[in-house]
Ligand binder design. Structure first.
Ligand SMILES: NC(=O)c1ccc[n+]([C@@H]2O[C@H](COP(=O)([O-])OP(=O)(O)OC[C@H]3O[C@@H](n4cnc5c(N)ncnc54)[C@H](OP(=O)(O)O)[C@@H]3O)[C@@H](O)[C@H]2O)c1
Length: 349
């Protein structure tokens, strides 16, 4: 016997489009292994929406549309050019919202925040890799989810495909986490490695842009905002600490002396932007983001340019380290599948 879980997807960029491809590739396996059919009934991008509760939307056609530069509004028969993501979430009958639009923190994390609020109020489970809404409204959104008896999962917000949140929340139950270290941002490691290779700032940034790892707003990555946002989510979700962005003592990589990077390389050290939560008195945590020279013996001292990591120092489970090699956005897109399956199986959908 199979059960069907109906999904609405907002945002079909790097992650959303790849999630469609995963739905297509994994369909038979998910039916066979878990008895689950994941059915996309609605989708929205910046130019419109498509909704078909009767027949569903074909993920392969959606992925093709997006690869060719089109919009879901062009979807044959059911595309709606002037329908916003929020209007879609407001009208759609579905079990879950998958929200994968840009972070947009300076615009109040919209449209993600409004879409997530709407979905939770309407009794839909929510999965999102979008940090913005969680950083701005972590407690509010969890309160809404609880009040409406639905799940809110956001595994992809912290370190791409690395299950840092699952590990911290579920597998360290009962422990006191004395210290958490994370290298949650790829771009800064990429740029610092290039500088240590003797390449100039402009060239390093151009290469990162070319690779597609640098955001249009370079300050988001280079000034440590992205790492700080991820640390805030880890602190709230794993450490039970109601942290906000302004609680993070943040130093970006912009002021780094290039000579120091070259010297660190000679000492066989590697600079990474380290996000740390250190337990202090009364169970509070001191939160910092700063570039640190790590020697080869450090668990993150050999992280490559496309690798991220998290380390938990605990009172009873020892020190646990997990790293991920993420050469492309597929693992990040797969976190949405992980969250969807987790909700589907846990809640018996
Ligand atoms: N890329 C990664 O490796 C990665 C990893 C972890 C987490 N994330 C997070 O996942 C989210 C998506 O990332 P991404 O790389 O897929 O972003 P992206 O490539 O920029 O795609 C964003 C998508 O959102 C759509 N969008 C923009 N404004 C919208 C609006 N007002 N209404 C509806 N849709 C709108 C865009 O529409 P158009 O297609 O029409 O432009 C696009 O489809 C972000 O929050 C990001 O921080 C990304």
């Amino acid at each position: 016997m199979t059960r069907t879980v109906s999904l609405v997807l907002v945002g079909l960029g790097n992650l959303g489009r790849r999630f469609c491809e995963l739905l297509m590739e994994k369909d038979a396996w998910l039916r066979q292994r878990y008895g689950l059919v994941l059915r996309l009934v609605g989708a929205a991008d910046s130019r419109g929406a498509a909704y078909d509760p009767e027949n569903g939307l074909d993920p392969a056609s959606l992925a093709r549309l997006k690869c060719s530069g089109g919009s879901v509004a062009d979807y044959p028969g059911v595309g709606q050019p002037y329908c916003s993501a929020l209007a879609l979430v407001e009208m759609a009958e579905a079990d879950m919202l998958l929200e994968a639009s840009p972070v947009n923190l300076q615009q109040g994390a919209e449209p993600g925040l409004s879409c997530i609020r709407m979905a939770l109020r309407r009794g839909m489970h929510v999965v999102t890799p979008n940090k913005g809404p969680l950083v701005l409204a972590y407690r509010e959104l969890h309160g809404l989810a609880e009040a409406h008896g639905v799940a809110l999962r956001f595994d992809g917000t912290v370190a791409g495909g690395l299950p840092a949140l699952y590990l911290g929340q579920r597998d360290l139950r009962g422990a006191v986490i004395r210290r958490l270290d994370a290298v949650p941002n790829l771009v800064t490691g990429y740029v610092m490695d290039m500088l240590a290779d003797g390449i100039g700032w402009e060239e390093a940034l151009a290469a990162a842009r070319e690779e597609g790892v640098l955001e249009a707003d370079t300050s988001w990555d280079l000034d440590g905002w992205d790492a700080a946002a991820k640390l805030v989510i880890l602190a709230n979700a794993v450490l039970g600490c109601p942290a906000r962005l302004e609680d993070v003592h943040r130093t970006g990589i912009g002021a780094l002396d290039r000579d120091e990077l070259l010297k660190a390389r000679q000492r066989k050290c590697r600079y990474r932007l380290l996000a740390t939560a250190q337990r202090v008195d009364q169970g509070d945590y001191a939160l910092t983001v700063r570039p640190v020279a790590l020697n080869e013996d450090h668990p993150f001292g050999r992280l490559g340019r496309k690798q991220m990591g998290v380390l938990f120092e605990t009172d009873i489970y020892g020190t646990i380290v997990a790293t991920i090699d993420e050469p492309d956005p597929v693992p990040s897109a797969a976190t949405m599948l992980r969250d969807v399956l987790d909700i589907g199986l846990e809640r018996g959908l």
